[in-house]
Structure formats: structure tokens, C-alpha cells
Design a protein. Structure first.
Lengths: 354, 499
């Protein structure tokens, strides 16, 4: 690995955490800050992970890569691409400097998620600096590992509230041999009906988005299956750059306007009547909504459908993540109290209560 | 130091008056079936790891969530440990009962509540058998992907508790990858819903934390699993090799070719011969190793991939490559592998199944070392290997009626697991820690890591009443195990009683 880009700075990070523990100073963990708009604002001393960077090990035939948290996501993707592999969950960057640590901490996945799994599904192991001031290792570099509790997956998507992730081992996969994107004209209700039906068939769909007028599909697999699916489904060729624009929220839909919400709903919810413009992703399981409606109204709709809603417009409301039921919240607090007894890691980033 | 619960190193358990507890349970839950007489308790003294047996104080066989809730509340109040059990097929003693505890058998929760083809999900009770889900969904063209070898008998609740795997994990994932939601009751009988019918849920990923937590954090009362469309076709190639290294290399080359097989299994010569004698699968008995490579998906892709894999296998030095001609032969090829454990069981009065995982590149070295260790301990070892995901199942052959052989088998097993950790792997890929590998946890994790695990446990079960003594060893146990270990290292043939 390139020595210039590979620096083990974990000792300095551990020292900073230990100082914070000694002085009971809250820490604001950040990489490039590309995802700072998610969650609640944290007041604390900045802990910048970017000094701890580089790919620790990568053997493409093992399908595992181990990488330090401060490594740019772009570097990880480029390294994998050079070996014909990828992180199938397509984590969004939301900025040029996005880091691997931020990817794991937010746990966000892209258009392929319903078919490939999410970031947490590809996390095999982590190293983490804990609220007891120790640098520990959980999970490992093997696909199957059920020794002890699965702390690596618990940490994924916990927004740095349970500890500082310093290193992660990820399962990776070969890039599909063929990829072809199409766009079909049909209304939302019809598109969702079709997607529900196609979902029950072995079709090589790996992304499905409805923009209000058209259904965009990505087909991935071997030459034969992609060609056969294209022939069956029809449609016009679509620029594959569409998927990156969707993932990075670069489509015109995401331009300024009313606040942005993300609704995560069961994949058979059908066309939901939402108070604003919507963009359907994940074959109906992820809805983007531009709306001035009250949080309560939006959340009630999501909840009724069996899902939840997250506000992506920073600072608009005090609880951007859907509030937790009381019992569940209590166990979140108890877990936080055990793993971060002094409450130094990103206090309040997810919920005001911890 | 005993492998059965040892209060001195595993933690003090308060004395419970059995009659008074029984009476209280009967009074509070008059409809709950309770077993309390010695002869009724006997069938529950072990799970699939029958070498370890403890008669439980009481066995409860609830039919409703309210009964489970009532039982948990009462046991929590009286500080009585509760051990959950599904179908009892676990291979690591995760459902080994406690003399001072209640065994909570969830097997009667055996109803499939809802199969939703449009949502591609099935909502089931925890006692439903793994295979029953796929059978119930068959008419819709969907199935539940994880397929542990015990799938005909094991329950989905147990699968979640153990994060069960199977032979198709590399492509389709473990249990944790195929769940949407679980309903649980905490040790206090409080209901929590983890995950959701959507693809994610707000807050920490407690669904992932609970999956594989071995009944230490809560009791599973309902499970919603993902279903997948059944692949159009599946084909199997069988390749023979004159040495294990070449077979290992072939696996790496298949992956390098950009192909993810649905299943990729390796067997060594002893396992091949045992399986062939038993099943007559048509395996080449002279081969030092065989690989079974299953490719599934859409017909055109599978056809292309079969050609690619055949080429790769021959280039890697396979002496023979056979494509199963038809479905019957495909099933026969798999039958040999799937029956490898009982087949090996015919070679020897007893066998002990290991479950370590390793980075695949370490395979040749690890197999060599296992052979050396087997020689030192005077035992035979057959190897079957989920080659795609690095999960080994060395089977140690022994005769429990020969004095000292069980101890030697256990000692050799421990050495093999420590070897897995040494090369960067894990002591368990899919069978769980349970009671069996409690000591080897001390080799995989240091005391700070174990302390954090105990912290997680304390967040959900501060009194430590759910399945005490499993999964995470006490620091006291590790201290004693470490001390004993050094001593053992000086003895090539440890005839001394170890446990």
C-alpha cells in the first residue's frame, strides 16, 4: 500500500479520547464533515479522524478489505475498482472528502441496497476506541464469525454515539459483469405494482427509482440475464450516471426548496399520498419527500405504513430521527451508559436523551 | 474447572426452592405446561451437543406470549435464571440447562403467521422450523435462503439466537442478512420490537446486536424474515484434486474470476471416503480433496459461469471436473456433503465437530497443522470446509468409551480453535460459543473486550439471569483457563483430567 497515504495515528486518537475522558469533555467526531447535516448538532471538542488513514490489508480473492476510518471513501472505491470489485451497498459520499469512518457511522446505503444489503451487512469487523479508554477489536476479517456479540454491526449507523471507530473490515464483491440501465414511462402506482411483481421473480434488477413520470431501472448480472431482462421489460436506454446523481442527491429534485425528508417504508406500501413532491427509490422502500408539512404529519404517514421518517434538512427540528418508543429509548440509554459511561462520544447526535 | 456451570468461576447463582417456584408458577399461570419430575426433565438435559448434560430444575412449554411474559416476570422477581431453547439442535451447548434454572422451550410457537409475497417476507413464530418457511412459501416462488444442515429440524428462533449459516452463505448471507424484524421480551418481560417491516429502523441496530446473542439479551417471540425469488436454475460442478493446496488455489481463482458461487464446499480424503461409503454419491475416493461448486441464477448466466469455472478448475490442477448431468445427480453430489457428519460418524463411535473460520489463504497451512496436532493427540480428523467463506468443520474421531479419549478430543478441538484465532480467524463461524467454546473465547478476546461484552449484557440483563454461563466467559474463568493452558502446553499427551 502507498506509504504516503497510510498512517497509523491511532495512538494520538486514543490519547485524545483519554484526555476527554479525564476531563469529561464531550467529543465531536468528524471526518470531512460531509454528513454533518444529518442528526442533531453536537457541541464538543473536534476529533478529526482523517489523520488515521490508509488501507491496512486487501486481498481481492479473500473478498475482504481492511481500512482505517480516516481514509477517503473515494480511495477505498478506487482501490476496489482497480481489482474489479466494489462495495455493493453503494454508500453515498455527500462531498468529495467523505471518509470510511463516516460511511460506517451513518450506515447509509445507495440504490442497490434492497438487493445487496446495507453497509452493516458488509461490515465484518471493527477496531474501536471505547468510552473506557481502550482500543479494542471486534469481529474480524472472516465472512462468518459468531463469537461474542456483534458489536461491529451495532456500531454501524450509531453516528459515533457508542465509540470511535478507527478501522473496519468489509466484505466486498466482484463488480457485475454487465450493467444496463433503462427508463420506462409509467405512473407511480403502476410502477410500484410492477416492482412488487418483478420482485418475486429472479430478475437481475439492482436499482429502481420512480421520478414522478418514469421508472428507472438498473439491470446487472451476466450478459445473458441482462439482455433477456432488457428484452422482456423494454424501455429506453438510461445514462448510468443517473444512479450516482440519485445517490449523491444531485438530481434536480434535490435542489433547494422545501425541507427534505427520507421515508423508509415496507416495500409493498404502494403509492403513498404524501404532502409534497416525492421521489421513489429502493423499489418503493425509500421515499424522498420535499415538504413544508409538520414533522408530526409526515411521521404519522410513515408510521402508518410501517416505517419511519428522517429529516434531512439540518436544524429544522430538534429530533431529525424518528423518536423512539419509551421502552426502546430506555435500552438505548442503558447501552450508551455501559459503552460510553461518561457520555463523551457525540452526545445528543442521534437523540437529545443520550 | 468444570465445563458444566461452575459457580466458582462462572458466577454465583442464588439457591431457589423448586417447589415454591413451581407452586408460584402454577398459581400465576395455571395453563402453562410445566415439567418438574426427573423422568420428564431428562429429555431436555442437552441440546445437539450431547456430550454436555445437565438436568434443568423445571421445563416450561408455553403456548402464548403472555405465558412467556408471566414466567419471565416471576423468574426475574425471584432471581431464577432462564435458559431459552428452540428445537434443541444447537451444536455448542447454547441451550444447555442449569440445575438452578428454568428451561424455557419455545418449540410450541410453531405457527407461520403471514406470508406476504409482495413484501417478500414471512412473519413466523420462533418455533417454526427453518425448512417449513421455504415450504410454506414455495407456491409463491419465494424461499428463505439460510440453510443450516439441520434445517429440517432447527427452529427460526434458534437460528436468530445463533445467527445460523449454511452452505449458501457466501452468496446469500447469514441469518442476520435475512431478517427484517424480531419481537422480543426482555428479562423483565417487557416487549420490544427490533428492526421493522421497512429496510431499516431508527436508533441503534439492535436487530443486529440480538442476532447471534445466544439468548443472553432477550427472548425472541416472533420473527419476520426476508424471502427471495427461487433461482431459475442451479448447477453443480465436482472437481477432484491430488492435493489440498491445489483445491485451495482453485477457490481463490474462481473468486478472482469474478464469480460468486451459491455454494463452494471442500472435503478432504477421509471425509470423501466416509461420504462415499455412506451415500454412494459418486465421489472419486482417491482424490485428496474435492470441491463442490454450485452456481445458480438465470439460466444463460449459469451456463456461462459453469464454463468459466470448469476452465479455472482445470487450470488450477483439477484431475477431473464433472458437471452434474441432471437434477438427480446434483442432489446426489450434495447429499454426500450434507451427510458428511453422519458419514464420518460411521467410521468412529463418536465424533466432535469444530466450527472455526480462517482467512482462506491460510487453509493449506492450517490443514497441515491440524494433521500434525491430530498425530500428537493420537486421533483422526476428517475435514469438511465451507471453502467460499472460510468456515472449517474439522471432525475429530474418537471413542468416548476409551478412557481419556473424550478429553483428548476436546483438548485437540481447543487447539484447533486457537490455531484459527492465530491465523486471524474465529473460534466459531456458525455454531455459536454456547458452553462448548467458552474457554476459547479467552483466546479470541482480551479482558477489555470481554468487559465491553459484559457491559452490553448489563444494559439488557443487569442481574445476569438470561442463559448465564454461555457465550461470554467471566474474567475469572479466563484467568484460570490461561493459567491452566500454560501448564497444558508442556504436555504433548494430556492424559490428566482437564475438566
Amino acid at each position: 500500500m502507498d506509504a504516503e497515504h497510510s498512517v497509523d495515528d491511532s495512538q494520538a486518537l486514543l490519547e485524545q479520547v483519554n484526555r476527554a475522558l479525564a476531563n469529561a469533555t464531550p467529543l465531536l467526531i468528524q471526518g470531512s464533515n460531509s454528513k454533518a447535516f444529518l442528526g442533531r448538532a453536537v457541541a464538543g471538542e473536534v476529533l478529526d479522524t482523517r489523520s488515521h488513514r490508509g488501507i491496512v490489508s486487501y486481498d481481492p480473492t479473500e473478498l475482504v478489505i481492511t481500512v482505517r476510518a480516516g481514509t477517503p471513501l473515494a480511495e477505498l472505491s478506487a482501490t476496489l475498482a482497480a481489482a474489479g470489485q466494489m462495495l455493493p451497498c453503494e454508500p453515498p459520499s455527500f462531498g468529495p472528502g467523505a471518509t470510511v469512518g463516516g460511511m460506517v457511522a451513518t450506515g447509509l446505503s445507495g440504490p442497490r441496497r434492497p438487493w445487496s444489503g446495507s453497509v452493516r451487512d458488509f461490515v465484518l469487523g471493527t477496531r474501536v476506541i471505547t468510552g473506557l479508554g481502550k482500543h479494542l477489536r471486534f469481529g474480524g476479517e472472516v465472512m462468518k464469525n459468531v463469537a461474542g456479540y456483534d458489536l461491529s454491526r451495532l456500531l454501524t449507523g450509531s453516528y459515533g454515539c457508542l465509540g470511535l471507530i478507527t478501522e473496519v473490515s468489509l466484505k466486498v464483491l466482484p463488480k457485475p459483469r454487465h450493467c444496463f440501465s433503462v427508463s420506462l414511462e409509467m405512473d407511480r402506482a403502476r410502477a410500484l405494482e410492477n416492482l412488487a411483481r418483478w420482485g418475486q421473480q429472479p430478475l437481475p434488477v439492482s436499482a429502481a427509482c420512480h421520478d414522478g413520470q418514469r421508472l428507472h431501472l438498473r439491470l446487472e448480472g451476466g450478459e445473458g440475464s441482462v439482455a433477456a431482462a432488457h428484452e422482456r421489460l423494454g424501455g429506453e436506454a438510461l445514462d448510468p450516471g443517473f444512479w450516482n446523481d440519485l445517490n449523491e442527491q444531485q438530481l434536480a429534485f434535490f435542489d433547494v426548496g422545501p425541507p427534505l425528508w427520507r421515508l423508509s417504508v415496507p416495500n409493498n406500501s404502494g403509492a403513498l399520498d404524501l404532502p409534497g413532491a416525492q421521489l421513489v427509490d429502493w423499489a418503493g422502500a425509500q421515499l424522498w419527500l420535499k415538504s413544508d408539512a409538520d414533522a408530526g404529519v409526515i411521521r404519522a404517514i410513515a408510521q402508518k405504513a410501517g416505517g419511519h421518517a428522517t429529516c434531512y434538512s439540518h436544524g429544522l427540528i430538534d429530533s431529525p430521527f424518528q423518536p423512539l418508543p419509551a421502552a426502546l429509548l430506555r435500552y438505548h440509554r442503558q447501552l450508551k451508559a455501559q459503552l460510553d459511561p461518561q457520555g463523551v462520544f457525540n452526545p445528543g447526535r442521534m437523540y437529545a436523551e443520550f | 474447572m468444570n465445563i458444566l456451570y461452575d459457580e466458582r468461576v462462572d458466577g454465583y447463582l442464588p439457591a431457589v426452592d423448586k417447589d415454591s417456584l413451581l407452586q408460584a408458577l402454577q398459581q400465576r399461570l395455571p395453563d402453562l405446561d410445566l415439567l418438574h419430575q426427573e423422568e420428564d426433565l431428562k429429555p431436555y438435559e442437552c441440546d445437539g451437543l450431547s456430550a454436555y448434560r445437565t438436568t434443568p430444575m423445571l421445563v416450561a412449554l408455553p403456548r402464548t406470549v403472555e405465558q412467556v411474559q408471566g414466567l419471565l416476570e416471576l423468574c426475574h422477581q425471584r432471581r431464577v435464571p432462564v435458559v431459552a431453547r428452540g428445537a434443541g439442535t444447537g451444536l455448542s451447548g447454547g441451550a444447555l440447562p442449569l440445575e438452578k434454572g428454568v428451561l424455557l422451550v419455545m418449540a410450541r410457537f410453531n405457527r407461520i403467521l403471514h406470508i406476504d409475497p409482495a413484501a417478500r417476507s414471512a412473519r413466523v413464530q420462533p418455533g417454526v422450523r427453518n425448512l417449513a418457511i421455504s415450504q410454506a412459501a414455495a407456491a409463491t416462488g419465494l424461499y428463505y435462503a439460510p440453510d443450516p444442515s439441520s434445517q429440517i429440524a432447527c427452529s427460526i428462533g434458534g437460528n436468530v439466537a445463533e445467527n445460523a449459516g449454511g452452505v449458501h452463505c457466501l452468496k446469500y448471507g447469514l441469518t442476520v442478512h435475512n431478517l427484517l424484524r424480531v419481537e422480543i421480551l426482555t428479562v423483565e418481560g417487557e416487549h420490544l420490537s427490533l428492526g421493522s417491516d421497512a429496510l431499516d429502523a431508527p436508533g441503534f441496530d439492535l436487530l443486529a446486536l440480538f442476532t447471534g446473542s445466544e439468548g443472553m439479551l432477550g427472548i425472541i417471540t416472533e420473527v419476520t424474515v426476508k424471502l427471495l425469488p427461487r433461482p431459475q436454475v442451479a448447477k453443480v460442478l465436482l472437481a477432484a484434486f491430488d492435493c489440498v493446496e491445489k483445491a485451495g488455489l482453485a477457490v481463490a481463482r474462481i473468486i478472482a474470476e469474478g464469480i460468486i458461487p451459491a455454494g463452494l464446499e471442500m472435503m478432504d480424503n477421509l471425509a470423501i471416503r466416509a461420504a462415499e461409503d455412506f451415500i454412494h454419491a459418486g465421489y472419486p475416493v482417491d482424490a485428496q480433496a474435492i470441491l463442490l461448486c454450485e452456481l445458480d441464477g438465470v439460466e444463460a448466466d449459469v451456463h456461462d459461469d459453469c464454463e468459466r469455472v470448469r476452465r479455472v478448475l482445470l487450470l488450477a490442477g483439477a484431475t477431473e471436473v464433472r458437471l452434474a448431468r441432471d437434477e438427480a445427480e446434483r442432489v446426489r453430489f450434495w447429499a454426500g456433503r450434507k451427510n458428511a457428519f453422519p458419514a464420518v460418524g460411521r467410521l468412529s463411535p463418536d465424533y466432535y465437530c469444530m466450527d472455526g473460520t480462517i482467512p482462506r489463504r491460510a487453509l493449506p497451512a492450517v490443514l497441515k497443522e491440524i494433521a500434525t496436532l491430530a498425530g500428537e493427540y493420537g486421533l483422526r480428523v476428517a475435514n469438511v470446509f465451507h471453502a467460499g467463506d472460510g468456515n472449517m468443520h474439522p471432525l475429530i474421531l474418537f471413542d468416548a468409551n476409551q478412557p481419556g479419549e473424550l478429553d483428548r478430543a476436546e483438548a485437540l478441538g481447543g487447539k484447533i480453535l486457537e490455531l484459527c484465532v492465530k491465523v486471524g480467524g474465529s473460534i466459531t463461524g456458525e455454531h455459536g460459543v454456547g458452553r462448548e467454546k467458552i474457554n476459547q473465547m479467552c483466546a479470541q478476546f482480551n479482558s477489555d473486550e470481554l468487559t465491553l461484552f459484559h457491559g452490553v449484557k448489563a444494559a439488557f440483563d443487569p442481574r445476569g439471569l438470561l442463559n448465564p454461563g454461555k457465550n461470554i466467559p467471566t474474567l475469572q474463568r479466563c484467568a484460570e483457563f490461561g493459567a491452566m493452558h500454560v501448564h497444558m502446553g508442556q504436555l504433548p499427551f494430556p492424559e490428566l483430567e482437564r475438566f
